[in-house]
Structure formats: structure tokens, C-alpha cells
Design a protein around this ligand. Sequence first.
Ligand code: GAL
Length: 332
Amino acid sequence: MVLIIRDEVNRYTEYKNGTVWLDTAGSPIQAHGGCIINYKDYYYWYGENRLGDNYISCYRSDDLLNWEFRNNILTINSKTEKTRVKSDMTILRDDGRKVIIERPKVVYNKFTNKFVMWAHYENGIDYSEARCCVATCDTPDGDFVYHGSFNPFGNMSRDCTLFEDENGDMYFISSARFNCDTNIYRLQKDYLNIDKYITTLWQGEVREAPAMFKKDGRYYMLNSGCTGWRPNQGMWSQSSDVSDRWDILKNVGDCTTYNSQPAFILKTEEEGKIKYRYFGDRWVYKEKGMLDGQEDIKSFYSKSTYVILDLKFDEDGNLSIDWQDEFRPKVK
Ligand code: GAL
């Protein structure tokens, strides 16, 4: 049974972790592997939506609990426009089947006033292309224009995230070399391309699902092991320099990260305090035949839910998470 806590006007007052989360129209929220940004008076939640012709969805909320569906910002019909000399512009395969676009991360570029999305691109048959892809829009929830996919400096690029430093530098982080390594790149000022390879972390340790943030001058990264949709032990690391001397990885949460995989970290200010929360995907998956076809994927994956937990820090900045039944933000 799905327990939904909604008040007299049918609004959520909290979200029970791991349950189906309905949007304001009553449909399950399809925003998997995504991110939340705060722009003007609203939060925008972007994520994977594999249903129909869609790739990436966008929802909007002012309280982080009640989400209005706004748009499928990237679909098989999205406009395409080349911004790099070498990009593969395929957004729908020649045989009419969808490609795969995962782990979208959207950021606002204050230099160009554009919303820019980076994500993981695959050809829809297997995970052999291992590319990043880019799309942009003038508004947070409009139709994004697709700018194609590529391998940064020829590297494989699978699970990924974006991180903006306080000085405005934007970094793209992705799993490389068959997921063995985690690479960090700095983006160009327009965020449309990679400007510089920065470093390779934890070579050979096979990590994915990176999520990065900064607190008190220290950079933090959480990630998962590499077991497909099956959950595994989350880990974390920190450094005082984005390009150097990251700690060895340490466990966070229990051995399945409370049956979830990192999507992103959300920073909010609530009742005068800064809070950091772990957002994870609790995938509903099937052991075999995962890529038998889009029908197959739709039937299980779209039932996936979310796990949101407070990040806790001790005096030395060590990070931990514990299980919590519910997510009860106080941003309003
Ligand atoms: C996971 C990855 C997901 C998706 C899945 C496919 O390891 O984190 O984003 O790519 O594999 O098997």
C-alpha cells in the first residue's frame, strides 16, 4: 500500500521515502537520475522520463513537496543545433527507436542567460557509446534545443554530474574508462563545451552516479559502485582542492545506501539554517533483459521512486547519512 500524506487541500505535507510520488495532476513523478535547481521563486526538478516520446522532464514547486508538471524539455522531436565542430546529432535512431539519455543536470548560465543541460548519451542498443550530451533553453521549463553528443577528449563518459564552484567555474564530472575512473573537466564559460581536463580520481575503483557539492571550503563527492540498477554501498570523499588530493573513498549509509543510488545533493536554507540533502533513486528494476526493448524498460523503470536523506557532518567535516522515513522540507 502506498501511504500518501496529504492535507485537506490534497497537498503533500511530507514525502514518505520510497513511495510513489504524485505530481499536482495525480501522475507519478518521472524525474529519475536528475537534479533540482532554484531559480527565482521556484524549484525546478529535472529528470529522466522514458515514457512515450520523452527523454527529460521538468517539474516546478515552491515547497519541494508539491510538484507541478511543466514540460518534457527533451523529446524525440526536440530541435537540434550544432554548437561544436564534432558532435553526433542523433536524437532518434535511424530505425525509429529512441536513444538513451540519462542523469540530466541543468544549470543556469549567468553569462549567457541560458539554462544548460549536460547528460549521459547512449545509442539505445547498449552502453558502448559512453558520451556526454548538451542541450540549452532560454527558460527553465521550455523546449530545450539539443546540441549533440561527444566523448570528452576521446574519453568514455557515462554517469555524470555538474558542479558550480563559488568563483563561477563549472565542472563536469563523469565515469570514464569502462567506469573504472572518475574524470573531472572544467567547462567553457558558455557551458557548451569542455574547456579543460582537470584530473582523474580513484583510478580503477569503478564508481558511478557522482554527486558533488561544497561546504565550508571543502569539496565533497558521493558516488555508488557499479551494479547496474541494483543498489550497492555508497561512498564519499572530500578535498580542499577540486583538482587534487581527494581522500580515499569511505562508506556512507548502509550496504545498499538504503536501497538507493545517488542522483544529486540539494542545498537549501530552512528556518535560518543551511541544509544539505542526499537525493537518491530507488530503481524498480528487472534482473535480466534490461535492454530487451523500450517496452520492457517502461514497465519497470517508470515505477522507480526516490529516497531523500539529510547529510550530517561531524566537527571534522566527516559526512554520514542515516535512514529517515520521510522528507519534510521547510523552505516556505
Ligand atoms: C546504472 C547507472 C544508471 C543506468 C543503469 C543502467 O549503473 O547508474 O544511470 O545507466 O546503470 O544499467
